[in-house]
Design a protein around this ligand. Structure first.
Ligand code: HEM
Length: 503
């Protein structure tokens, strides 16, 4: 009986807390949707019907005049959803010291390697990890890593000729094979064997990391909303198997190079070691493995998604594909058919098409920032003063609804039209800051952007030099987004066909 009363009491307390929380914003005079106990405003996400970023987009659209909205995440956790690009700039750029950390619930009791990743690291650790990684992505370093990209492009070309031909193929799968091999080679000087072996460790262990599976919804919820759920399911951002494998392979590469006294390798691993030695610091193998895992995890999935969505957009917009073909032909004939960094840099229309792809299909539909120092909210509606001063407490989540801003007709007219001209130099200059967030903004903006664009462009040039791309009968149009994954993934894949251009 006592046990039963205790359970009843706990349920009552949780419900009471959740209902009390649901009045948090109205008590402060901030407008927004009412939260339902337990679900907050995330009901459709929690029942697996709508990706979390799309739920944020629905809320964004409901208050078109507001600069921000008071909303409730899972368990009625009060959060601020930003609307106005000026307000986004306040949070991501101008008041960055008040919002230094990303919202990602990863436990240092269960894993440690992931805290070398600047995307996950917080405070001073973030500063150190980011400052060690950024020098790996200067224009010169990306140029030096281009031979790894070019070699992998040759493998991609052979694979298409020998194994795909004009058969339907799943574009994300093909592009992930390519980006995994590029990253394995550029980061550690290893052959990922993605094109040649279905059972290579890279293919088996890493490619699966971001694929939708039966646990995706629970894992995404643990990662973004409920740290206690993470404890319950023993959630790890990098599964233990992958961590152990990383230590083994990178450890092996380091010791082989030490034995051979060979530091001539032009890859990120070597540059990281060189940078440590030059600074007179000891080479701490743990941090090196940590950085290498960041390169692997951040380096392949986002670029593979970008490439596959770009191929899809080219397939459904043949007039744009034609312009891309014309640019590729012109630049490649100037470089006598040799794929080099300079040629890829010159393809400005292709680059604009990639930015436009990221606008329509951002890899992260929303970015989440923790308030790390109290922050005073400005007026919620232009010209209407707040009832009283509202000071946001440390720990409150600020939602940057990337896709909602990208698809807002006020920010990008005719938002669902694929139009790379939006990213011409002149149009970019005229647009408000923080309107395009495909690589984030401010001090936490993506450090791998240059490398990501270079590998994506080179892979696409390799495919489009020889082929036109079309949708296959299996391809959904428009594409549906998987409702359960952390990163944007097409629910049923991106099914396309190649047709030789000379036919
Ligand atoms: C085209 C491909 C890519 C896209 C679209 C992309 C997108 C993003 C986005 C949206 C963020 C969050 C930024 C923010 O919070 O403001 C981010 C962060 C990050 N990206 Fe990328 N990324 C790409 C490629 C890469 C590559 C190739 C690497 C490295 C190999 C990389 C490494 C990182 C890291 C380390 C962070 C965390 C930065 C921090 O919090 O300080 N990314 N990326």
């Amino acid at each position: 009986m006592i046990g039963f009363l205790m359970i009843l009491g706990t349920i009552f307390l949780i419900l009471f807390h959740s209902i009390w929380n649901s009045t948090y914003w109205s008590r402060q005079g901030i407008k927004g949707p009412i939260g339902i106990p337990i679900f907050g405003n995330m009901f459709k996400y929690l029942i697996g019907k709508r990706q979390y970023g799309l739920v944020y987009e629905d809320i964004y659209k409901s208050y078109p005049k507001a600069s921000y909205i008071g909303m409730y995440r899972v368990m009625n956790e009060p959060a601020i959803l930003l609307r106005d690009t000026e307000m986004i700039k306040e949070v991501m750029v101008k008041n960055f010291p008040n919002f230094t950390d990303n919202v990602l619930y990863v436990s240092d009791k269960r894993e440690d390697l992931i805290f070398c990743n600047p995307f996950v690291a917080k405070g001073d650790k973030w500063r150190v990890m980011r400052s060690e990684l950024v020098p790996m992505f200067t224009p010169n370093k990306v140029k030096l890593s281009f031979p790894h990209i070019a070699t992998t492009c040759k493998k991609l070309d052979l694979f298409i000729t020998n194994f795909i031909g004009d058969m339907p193929f799943e574009a994300k799968d093909l592009c992930a094979k390519y980006t995994l091999d590029v990253v394995a080679s550029a980061a550690y000087g290893l052959d990922g064997q993605s094109f040649t072996s279905r059972t290579s460790d890279f293919t088996k262990l890493v490619k699966e990391l971001f694929m939708p599976n039966s646990l995706s919804l629970v894992q995404t919820t643990a990662l973004l909303f409920l740290p206690k759920l993470g404890d319950l399911i023993n959630y790890r951002y990098i599964p233990t198997k992958v961590q152990q494998w990383l230590f083994t392979i990178i450890g092996k590469v380091i010791s082989q190079r030490r034995k051979a006294n060979d530091s001539s390798n032009g890859d990120f691993l070597q540059w990281l070691i060189d940078a440590k030695e030059k600074a007179g610091e000891s080479v701490d193998e743990f941090t090196i493995v940590g950085h290498c895992s960041t390169l692997l995890i951040e380096g392949f999935e986002t670029s593979a998604a970008l490439m596959s969505f770009a191929l899809y957009e080219f397939a459904v917009n043949p007039h744009i594909q034609k312009k891309v073909h014309e640019e590729i032909d012109e630049v490649m004939s100037k470089y006598e058919g040799k794929l080099c960094y300079e040629a890829v840099l010159e393809m400005t229309y292709l680059e604009a098409a990639l930015y436009e792809t990221l606008r329509l299909h951002p890899p992260m539909l929303a970015l989440l920032k923790h308030c790390t120092k109290p922050f005073e909210l400005p007026a919620q509606f232009p010209g209407v003063k707040l009832r009283e001063k509202v000071l946001i407490e440390e720990g409150t989540v600020f939602v940057v609804p990337v896709q909602a801003v990208h698809h807002d007709p006020v920010v990008f007219p005719e938002p669902h039209k694929f139009n790379p001209d939006r990213f011409s130099e002149e149009n970019k200059r005229q647009r408000a800051n923080c309107a395009f967030l495909g690589f984030g903004e401010g001090p936490r903006m993506c450090p791998g952007m240059r490398f990501g664009l270079a590998q994506s462009k080179a892979g696409l040039v390799t495919m489009l030099m020889k082929y036109r791309v079309q949708t296959s009968a299996k391809c959904a149009n428009p594409l549906e987004i998987s409702p359960t994954t952390f990163l944007t993934t097409s629910r049923n894949g991106v099914w396309l066909c190649f047709k030789p251009r000379n036919l």
